[in-house]
Design a binder for this molecule. Structure first.
Ligand code: HEM
Length: 321
C-alpha cells in the first residue's frame, strides 16, 4: 500500500510534507500494547541524520509553512488535537520501555531515568499544545466529536496509557529507580498539574473530572473501548518496526515544530478567553510552554539515539546526598 509506505517513511528536512496539505493528518500505526516493535536488522543512521537535519532547520528558521488564517483555525486545532495525541502515544511507549528496563535492573539507571524525565516533559508539552485551542473551538468542535462516537468517551480508554499510569499517580519512584527518582516524580507531578490546568481551562468541571477518576479503571474496560479510542484518534494496530515507529514520530514532531514556528502556540488570529487557571501560571509550566519546540524535538533526538539525556547537575547533586 503506497499511502501506508509514505506514512511510515522519514520526513524531509524542510517544507511541510505531513498529510496532503498543511495541517492535514496521517494515520498512526503502532503495535498492540504489550508487543514490542519489530527489529528489521538495519542500521538507524538515517533516523539520526533526519533528526539532525530537523534540528538544524529549526535553529536556522527553515521550518515554516502557510500560516493558518482565521478561517483555518478549526483545521489547525483539530490537527493539534490528533497529532499531539499521536506524539503522546509514542512517548508513553518510549517511557514504558524506560520503566521496564529500570525494573529489570538496567545497568545505566541514571541515563534511563534521565531519558524518562525528558519524555515526561515532552508529554507535558503535548498537553499544552493540544490544549492551545480556543475555548469556543474546543467546545463546539473537538469535544462534541468525541461524544458523537461514544457518549462516555474517555481518555482512560487509551490502550497505551496503562503501562505508564502509575508513574503519573506519582506517589513513589518506579521500581529500579535509584538516582533521579525525585526529579522523575517532580516531572510527573508537573505533568498532572498541567493536565488539571488544561482540563479546567477548556471544560467546565474538567479539573474535578480528572481529580475524581477511579483508580485503575482500565482493568475493567472492555477491549472494544480501546478500539473505539484508537479509531477516533486515527490509530491502527499492526506489527511495525522500530524504524517505522520512530519515522512516524519524527514526521509528527517536524509537523508540530513547523506549525509552532509558523503560527506560534497561540495564533494571533485566534480569539482567546483571558482565563488561565493557576496551574498553568507557575514558572515551570511557563518554561515548558516557552521551550515547547525544543522539548518535543529533543524527545525525538533521544528516541533515535542522536542526543544524550540532560540533567547531569541533578545527577551529581543526588549522588552526593
Ligand atoms: C495530549 C493531550 C492529552 C492526552 C494524551 C490526554 C490523555 C488522558 C488520559 C490518558 C486520561 C486518563 C487518565 C487516567 O486514567 O489516570 C485523561 C483524562 C482526562 N483528560 Fe486528558 N489528555 C489530553 C489532553 C486533555 C485536554 C486538552 C483536556 C481538556 C479538556 C483533557 C481533559 C481530560 C479530562 C477531563 C479527563 C478525565 C475524564 C475523562 O477522561 O473522562 N485532556 N486524559
Amino acid at each position: 500500500m503506497k499511502g501506508a509506505v509514505v506514512a511510515l517513511a522519514l520526513p524531509g528536512a524542510r517544507e511541510w510534507d505531513f498529510g496532503d496539505y498543511p495541517y492535514g493528518l496521517e494515520p498512526l500505526t503502532l503495535p498492540v500494547p504489550g508487543n514490542d516493535w519489530l527489529s528489521d536488522g538495519t542500521a538507524d543512521t538515517d533516523l539520526v541524520d533526519c533528526y539532525a537535519g530537523l534540528a538544524d532547520a529549526l535553529r536556522t528558521g527553515g521550518l515554516r509553512t502557510e500560516p493558518a488564517a482565521a478561517d483555518d483555525l478549526e483545521k489547525l486545532f483539530w490537527f493539534r488535537w490528533i497529532a499531539g495525541h499521536h506524539i503522546s502515544f509514542v512517548i508513553w511507549r518510549l517511557l514504558a520501555g524506560c520503566l521496564a528496563r529500570l525494573a529489570e535492573g538496567d545497568r545505566d539507571r541514571w541515563t534511563t531515568t534521565a531519558a524518562a524525565i525528558e519524555y515526561v516533559r515532552a508529554y507535558s508539552a503535548m498537553l499544552i499544545y493540544t490544549a492551545s485551542s480556543t475555548q469556543r473551538i474546543y467546545n463546539a468542535v473537538i469535544r462534541p466529536s468525541m461524544y458523537r462516537l461514544h457518549s462516555t468517551f474517555s481518555g482512560t480508554w487509551s490502550a497505551d496509557y496503562p503501562a505508564v499510569r502509575s508513574l503519573f499517580r506519582a506517589r513513589r519512584a518506579p521500581k529500579g529507580v535509584t538516582v533521579g527518582g525525585d526529579a522523575l516524580l517532580r516531572e510527573a507531578r508537573l505533568s498532572h498539574q498541567i493536565h488539571l490546568g488544561v482540563a479546567s481551562k477548556l471544560v467546565v468541571d474538567g479539573r474535578s473530572l480528572l481529580q475524581h477518576l477511579v483508580d485503575n479503571p482500565a482493568a475493567h474496560q472492555p477491549r472494544m473501548w480501546e478500539t473505539v479510542f484508537d479509531c477516533y484518534f486515527l490509530t491502527a494496530r499492526a506489527p511495525v518496526t522500530g524504524h517505522e515507529v520512530l519515522s512516524q514520530f519524527l514526521r509528527r514532531c517536524k509537523a508540530v515544530v513547523t506549525d509552532l514556528a509558523t503560527n506560534g502556540l497561540y495564533p494571533a488570529v485566534a480569539d482567546y478567553d483571558d482565563f488561565v487557571p493557576e496551574e498553568l501560571r507557575t514558572p515551570d509550566v511557563l518554561a515548558c510552554e516557552r521551550d515547547l519546540s525544543d522539548v518535543v524535538l529533543r524527545a525525538a533526538g533521544l528516541a533515535v539515539g542522536a542526543v544524550r539525556p540532560a540533567g547531569r547537575n541533578e545527577r551529581e547533586t543526588e549522588a552526593v546526598n
